[in-house]
Design a protein around this ligand. Structure first.
Ligand SMILES: O=C(O)CCC(=O)C(=O)O
Length: 346
């Protein structure tokens, strides 16, 4: 069932009928009403204030659950435009650098490693070479680095997790009632249009009860969520730029995939609002918080946050996003209260 659905939505010709894809932008469409539950009154932390810079206040979030897939939650783009730009720039400029790992450096000697992929891409004069460099970037790992061969996390492949991303997840987790969540590992997936991610479960984490947080930016994905076996029929949903998908409880270990990344009509990362919500968030009542951010520059890179407002800085990011999607997929690895993974037997 899962494989068939994957093939159906991946197909170039004939193109799939997308009418059955659950659309959080138009929740009242067709038969989705029976599938989608708007959660507003049941979100424990909707009253919370002081979201991290770049997030709208939770009172304005639209949160959904899927009746057919208990544990799947979706927040429809809770980011401000500059918030989206910040996370896109972090994903492209910063996360593919040491100490994080990237697919391009797998199996290379350290001396041959690409140290700064985004910069190399910007410096590349040869159009074909630049295209190759762009589309060959597929993932970066942060924190506990996913070992694609053994699928086992280890302390020897562990580097500090970015504090800003941890902070973002912690806030969203608290709003949704998962206050114990600790962000410890992430995969940043890069999807040029036409690429896919086939069906799999995420079961490498010793902690499989903590939820998984998945952030989408750029072009739109068709995302499949199934059951705990490949035999169950999956549901298809659109994940658009800014959407946050949470796999919790029964859905944490369910099969999922991205069979299609498709060009979107809307480009929320480019639509600078006439009424600058971010600017308001940085005004007097936020002064103390801003001071906290600046005191601890790790929590949010304020200089990057200012830079993404500048159109000439933003231009190369806009070009990248014209035909690509980015997904930041964050997990807790350790059981609550545990400080590190057991050492392997000697
Ligand atoms: O790109 C996505 O939305 C999903 C990514 C994913 O499933 C993964 O990294 O395990």
């Amino acid at each position: 069932m899962f494989k068939e659905a994957f093939k159906y939505y991946k197909a170039k010709w004939p193109p799939p009928d997308l009418n059955g894809v659950i659309d959080f932008e138009e929740p009242s469409k067709t038969n989705h009403e029976s599938t989608l539950v708007e959660l507003q009154d049941n979100v424990p932390g909707l009253h919370l204030s002081f979201p991290p810079i770049g997030l709208q206040p939770p009172q304005s979030w639209r949160c959904y659950a899927l009746k057919s897939h208990p544990g799947i939650l979706v927040i429809r783009n809770p980011f401000t435009v500059h918030g989206q730009r910040y996370w896109i720039a972090r994903s492209l400029r910063d996360y593919p650098r040491a100490p994080n790992r990237i697919n391009l450096n797998e199996n290379l000697f350290a001396s041959d490693a690409i140290k700064d992929w985004w910069n190399a891409l910007q410096q590349c004069d040869d159009k074909d070479e630049a295209r190759r460099l762009k589309i060959s970037m597929r993932w970066a790992t942060l924190g506990y680095h996913h070992d694609w061969d053994t699928k086992v996390y280890s302390e020897t492949m562990h580097t500090p997790f970015p504090q800003d991303l941890s902070n973002l997840c912690q806030y969203i987790a608290t709003v949704l009632g998962f206050a114990d969540f600790e962000a410890q590992a992430a995969i940043v997936n890069f999807y040029p249009i036409g690429t896919t991610l086939s069906g799999h479960t995420d079961h490498s984490e010793p902690n499989q009860t903590a939820p998984l947080f998945s952030f989408s930016f750029g072009q739109t994905a068709v995302f499949l969520i199934g059951g705990t076996t490949r035999e169950e029929r999956p549901s298809a949903l659109y994940l658009r730029s800014g959407d946050v998908l949470i796999m919790s409880q029964q859905s944490r270990l369910c099969y999922h995939a991205v069979p299609r990344v498709m060009k979107t009509q809307e480009e929320p990362w480019n639509n600078l609002p006439a009424d600058d919500a971010d600017e308001k968030l940085m005004k007097p009542e936020r002064k103390k918080l801003r001071r906290d951010f600046e005191d601890n520059s790790n929590v949010c890179d304020m200089s990057l946050y200012r830079l993404v407002r500048d159109d000439s800085f933003w231009l190369p990011y806009m070009h990248y996003l014209n035909d690509s999607r980015i997904n930041i997929n964050v997990r807790q690895v350790l059981p609550s209260g545990v400080k590190q993974l057991p050492l392997p037997p000697s």
